[in-house]
Ligand binder design. Structure first.
Ligand code: GLU
Length: 479
């Protein structure tokens, strides 16, 4: 193992979104490419918004994606003493100070700045309180926060591995809060205390944190710790370049999972959101690792396109070995009410054949179940367009009856003999094979598309096929 150490540090305040998952993936890839350590840290100091069930879901989503971590999960909520100690040290060294301003005073200042059209910066009211004053306030039990003392002059430069140098003038930063009045650390403070203690060498995270980075660098400096390298990965935008939100469809890992996406497809797709490995688009995780580098991560926002992800999922579905596909699809068939596990014997064999038959044309596991209904249920309606095209033609009912009587006595009832039976019958009737095949498909599946017709016939078996053909013939005659 090298000394490279990275961390993914989600806040468990909601589901794992595609942006967070992509950050996790880039950290994972970076760690694996550098033979370093990938750490999982749960940033749960926001006690009101953090929930244990979100943490569980997060860990579950990470496992499902196959993003195994080497250390952790570490929980910030279990490390509160560390932050207190570090804040106390900064207070003692005069690098931080207690601020007793009341929320009302701060709000008034903020409102005034807003009126003046200015950005609000804390004016440093409590910066130089005398020790006596501080003692007096403390004794009277006044609430306080702890603020970091920022130099008035000069600037802090973030040397970002993706974005280059970004300079932040200190006059645009204020003495920000590191410990809140409830005794909990702010994100910026807890984050750097942990990054330092966990010996993080590279902080790879979302671009929206870039503005926090000078504050974090100043904290580290005050604490006397080494600075890690920083890399801020580009935003992910909706196709109309707006911020990604619910209205753009599924955006959380959980949702994709429940809609029948495979983890490897999601991983592959997310990797390409901001990273350009070259020509090849279908790139499994194992192949990405040796190729991954931050130099090939773009500065510009990535555009989120579910059509591409869905296409990719279809590609992966077809590459999955049959046993795994059957296992992955089972919850979807169960949810659709088609099967009731545990499956055994013939039922299982049938299920596996159905899965194999429909897998060629679908893009998600959910679609697979949807495309399989007629293998489990009677056909109770026919595709309307199909009816116009294949049932309304003169003689369609008679054709279906001819097909039914052919299949009624056909021996053996297997793929070859069904196929040659159909070819011979169409020859005998002087019609194209399609004229017989299309209405048959509609009659026995209710649909115009699906697996090869002869596969469907053999899978359904003689009895069901014949009865559906006759039922469709009757239906046509009654129209
Ligand atoms: N908890 C922060 C977040 O979820 C972590 C940011 C960071 O990586 O520093 O956005």
């Amino acid at each position: 193992m090298s000394s490279v150490r990275v961390r993914f540090a989600p806040s468990p305040t909601g589901e794992l979104h595609i942006g967070g998952a992509r950050t996790a993936l880039f950290n994972y890839l970076f760690a694996r490419a550098k033979k370093g350590t990938f750490i999982l840290r749960i940033d749960d100091t926001d006690l009101e918004r953090s929930r244990a069930e979100y943490t569980e879901a997060l860990l579950d989503a990470m496992r499902w994606l196959g993003l195994e971590w080497d250390e952790g999960p570490y929980y910030q909520s279990r490390r509160l003493e560390r932050y207190e100690d570090e804040a106390a040290r900064l207070l003692k060294e005069g690098k931080a100070y207690r601020c007793f301003c009341t929320p009302e005073e701060l709000t008034a200042g903020r409102e005034q700045a807003h009126k003046d059209g200015k950005n609000y910066l804390y004016p440093g009211t409590c910066r130089d309180l005398t020790p006596e004053k501080i003692e007096e306030y403390c004794e009277s039990g006044r609430d306080f926060v702890v603020r970091l003392r920022i130099p008035d002059e000069g600037s802090t430069v973030v040397r970002d591995l993706i974005r280059g140098e970004v300079r932040f003038n200190h006059r645009d930063l204020d003495d920000f809060i590191i410990m809140k009045s409830n005794g909990l650390p702010t994100y910026n403070f807890a984050s750097v205390v942990d990054d330092a203690e966990m010996k993080i060498t590279d902080v790879i995270r979302a671009e929206e944190h870039l503005s926090n980075t000078p504050r974090q660098q100043l904290c580290l400096e005050a604490l006397g710790y080494e600075q890690p390298r920083y890399a801020h990965v580009p935003m992910i935008l909706a196709p109309d370049r707006s911020k990604l939100s619910k209205r753009h469809g599924a955006t959380s890992v959980e949702e994709f999972r429940s809609r029948g996406y495979l983890p490897e497809a999601l991983i592959n797709y997310m990797a390409l959101l901001g990273w350009s490995p070259g020509e090849k688009e279908i790139l499994p995780l194992s192949e990405m690792i040796p190729l991954f580098s931050l130099e090939r991560v773009n500065k510009t926002a990535a555009i989120y396109d579910t059509t591409k992800l869905t296409w990719m999922n279809g590609q992966y579905l077809r590459a999955v070995p049959p046993e795994r596909l059957a296992a992955e699809a089972l919850p979807f068939y169960t949810a659709a009410g088609l099967v009731e596990p545990p499956l055994g014997g013939e039922e299982e064999e049938y299920y596996e054949k159905v899965v194999k038959a429909v897998s060629d044309r679908v893009k998600t596991l959910a679609e697979m179940a949807d495309a399989s209904t007629y293998f489990y249920r009677e056909v109770d309606s026919y595709d309307e367009k199909g009816v116009r095209k294949h049932f309304r033609k003169e003689g369609s009912a008679a054709l279906l009856r001819r097909a039914a009587s052919l299949l009624h006595t056909l021996e053996p009832f297997d793929l070859d003999s069904v196929e040659s039976g159909y070819r011979n019958l169409s020859k005998e009737l002087g019609i194209s094979a399609g004229r017989l095949i299309h209405p048959t498909r509609l009659a026995i599946s209710g649909r115009t598309m699906g697996p090869g017709l002869f596969d469907i016939i053999v899978l359904l078996g003689r009895e069901k096929t014949v009865s559906r053909l006759e039922k469709a013939a009757l239906w046509i005659e009654r129209q």
